[in-house]
Ligand binder design. Structure first.
Ligand code: 5GP
Length: 118
């Protein structure tokens, strides 16, 4: 796959504040926040899209969910947040390195499922 901005960020080639990091993933603030709290959980492994992940990624995918919950809690939004994964251009994905969006701090009403809209 081609390298992306998230590859450079996870490798530390672009200085970015990590709200959380471990051997498998990092958490950063979104550069164009769609909610008062908008954080991205990015695996260090550059899987382009969720649909490109395989059985070998099962543990990593579970880890990303656990980290998302912990980071949300740490940021004080553990009681009310939304987790979004955009998959593919038609799904609103713009950076083709798998990532989870944590969105919080505004009302999350039914039908507003996109990270980038509303
Ligand atoms: P996607 O649309 O692929 O699901 O989400 C990509 C997200 O990455 C967007 O919300 C966009 O604002 C964010 N983003 C793109 N480039 C950068 C960057 O260089 N730094 C940070 N922190 N976020 C970025």
């Amino acid at each position: 796959m081609e390298d992306t901005i998230f590859g450079k960020i996870t490798r530390g080639e672009i200085p970015t504040e990590f709200l959380y990091e471990d051997d498998h993933c990092v958490a950063i603030r979104d550069i164009n926040p769609q909610a008062p709290t908008h954080v991205l959980i990015i695996p260090r492994k550059p899987i382009p899209r969720l649909v490109d992940s395989g059985a070998e990624d099962q543990e990593l995918l579970g880890h990303l969910l656990l980290v998302a919950g912990r980071v949300a809690d740490k940021l004080g939004v553990g009681e009310a947040f939304r987790l979004v994964i955009n998959n593919g251009e038609g799904g609103g994905q713009t950076v083709f390195h798998l990532h989870l969006h944590i969105l919080a701090g505004r009302e999350m009403t039914e039908g507003q499922l996109s990270a980038g809209l509303n």
